[in-house]
Design a protein around this ligand. Sequence first.
Ligand code: FAD
Ligand code: UDP
Length: 760
Amino acid sequence: MTRFAQTRKVVFWEEPMPARAGSPPALSSKICPDSGVIVATPQLPEGLEGEERDAALKGLLDAMLAGSGSAALLRWYYTPMMLPFSRHLDAACTVYDCMDELANFKFAPPELTILERELFELADVVFTGGYSLWEAKRDRHPNAHPFPSSVDRAHFAKARAAREEPADQANLPWPRLGFYGVVDERMDLDLLAALADARPEWSLVILGPVVKIDPESLPKRPNLHYLGGKSYDELPTYLGGWNVALMPFAINESTRFISPTKTPEYLSGGRPVVSTPIVDVVRHYGDLEAVKIAETAEDFIAACDQALALSRLKGDWLKAVDTKLSALSWDETFTRMNLEISRVLLSREQAKTELMSPGAATDVAMPAIRPAGRAKPYDYMIVGAGFAGSVLAERLASQLGKRVLLVDRRPHVGGNAYDEKDAGGVLMHKYGPHIFHTNSEEVFRYLSQFTKWRPYEHRVLACVKNGLHVPMPINRTTLNMLYGLDLQTEADAEAFLAGRAEPVEKIRTSEDVVISQVGRELYEMFFRGYTRKQWGMDPSELDKAVTARVPTRTNTDDRYFTDQFQAMPLDGYTRMFENMVDQKGITLALGVEYEDVREEADFDRLIFTGPIDEYFDYRYGKLPYRSLRFQHETLDQPWFQPVAVVNYPNEETPYTRVSEYKHMTGQECERTTITYEYPSAEGDPYYPVPRPENQALYKKYEALALDTPEVHFVGRLATYRYYNMDQVTGQALATFRRIAEREGRTVIQAQAAAQAIAAN
Ligand code: FAD
Ligand code: UDP
């Protein structure tokens, strides 16, 4: 909230405090001096309950907001219990920041579950306080994101150098093992007693308020010291006086989804930790030597012995701790949360704009203008119903009144962009993830005639050392997470990268591009393995254009693309293609090989969008293409990973990336479908391989093509270019303009004719 308060007015609405019975409801507020966060505390007369209580709170809230100006209102809930007096507010964005499975807590109010259901419906975005909680809640909301606890490292690191000891701890015998936190039903009291009994020479220090459970139920032993609640400021001084920190949580419903913030705090304080197997502790910290996990009392005691022994050693265990901690920061958490909120605000704005709806495009849909007296049944045969073929078929039929035979060997339209619902009902991309992005307004407007759009900005995480997931392309966040840095500005990040970059005299290869920007270590971590897998060759053997597709950033923008238009066809690519080719004049023949129909089909001209070497019977030999094997899996769970694509750049993992379509499509569905991509030398031609000798071979085929003017070669395979969908669309539109011009009619003339017809 401190960070949000830098750009917004933040009011933190507290639980009400009781006031004298009969006194009027009131609101006291104070401004936190360091952050500017306003803390508002309602004062309600004792005895005010139910609807009256809600009405009083609503009155106080409305009165406070009345003086807040006209800025967009964001509601942020830590508990659904605040909904009854605030559900009426007209908010531009509603956040549910779900910190715990509150319904599993002792004395949870019965209405909590019902209110939580309402909050899930109202919320635009949901954050959860950890991964387990996210797994439990993500099927309840399509826009849920996990945010495991970050840590105020500098604050807790004071424990490492603590000299002065608080008076109530100073005289306790050593060694000391401690816990701080709320002492409630989540604490395993039997375990605590067993530990105290097994090692009477140890001091067990327990800090924190005892709530909901009877203080009398706490085990009493001479070496068990309950020192009561302490302030946040005091914690490091206590922690500094312990050898080992403890998390003796009971393993039950109330701890199933917790993600204890004290784990990284204890570790920041430089203390080994012994914990019972809390899922998120095991998951995030279980690989550290400094974190011992033990379930039974016997194992827990043995683990404490080991942790004590470790605490006496200086060395690698603490280094590994610091590396892990360096990935956690409230700045990152804030940046990501803020981004999710901005996305909600943006999509609301975009939904309002005309551009996002079909029909807004200025291109006039033309009636077919058919030349008379034609001999052949088709003016054009088009081979391939991907972007290149379908765009040209549509333009020729709708704008020039041509009769087009559109054939594809596959049983569907769309080419590699084809999507379909699989057996589990999930909309997925059969040939791997396709994300639409372009800077060409012409291309975007053109396609907008055939589809509505769903705003979508693509984000990719790379899974690097120790399973750490960092933003890809490399940006400032990536650097801060990897190296435990706090680079604040673009200049900081530039300076950091400049210190690692290696000068390259002439940038020719894909290795040169990356090394000259980020140096060898990052190159090896993110690019070498991935590229070797993807292309079956080292980046030093590939043209610079390949890795140059992926930028390096010094800001914290974590979008994969920065294009002006980024969106997914609302009802999928296939529906867009179906709308495109649904024109008078187009005959669609699917599951048909060009080879099989070239003789019988009667046409004037040919447009070929398949591989150019295939067209010329491989006269000069085969052009190399790289292929992929897709392993699609539908999982009986609503979500698999936090973003649409996770890259696996290390060479040991045989696939390059895993894609989860629901992030892209926005589909709400109980199941989820993912795709593993295994690069392969054999199979359908997907990627032209950019190398000088391949380009030279292509040039020979291109010369043949130029000698064959009755055939147009268009698209990724026919022009042997590593083109994206928008580039192929642009190329097809440009080809159409040339055809129209050659026929003596410009598109503008054709449009003018259509307008004249419409006016009459
Ligand atoms: P294609 O889509 O390949 O269409 C050619 C069609 O011709 C095919 O359907 C084929 O069956 C047919 N054909 C070929 N020869 C014959 C024949 N002899 N007889 C009959 N039919 C024939 N681009 C993006 O913009 N964003 C992305 O996120 C993106 N992701 C991608 C991910 C993967 C895994 C791949 C492989 C590509 C990706 N692309 C992406 C690129 C995108 O797929 C292409 O730019 C686009 O599909 C090219 O369209 P096209 O019409 O040129 O070729
Ligand atoms: N690349 C990489 N590591 C990554 C992502 C990309 O080395 O994590 C390299 C790889 O060579 C890849 C190229 O950059 O083929 C282009 O990446 P892009 O995401 O544009 O590939 P595409 O979407 O075409 O598969």
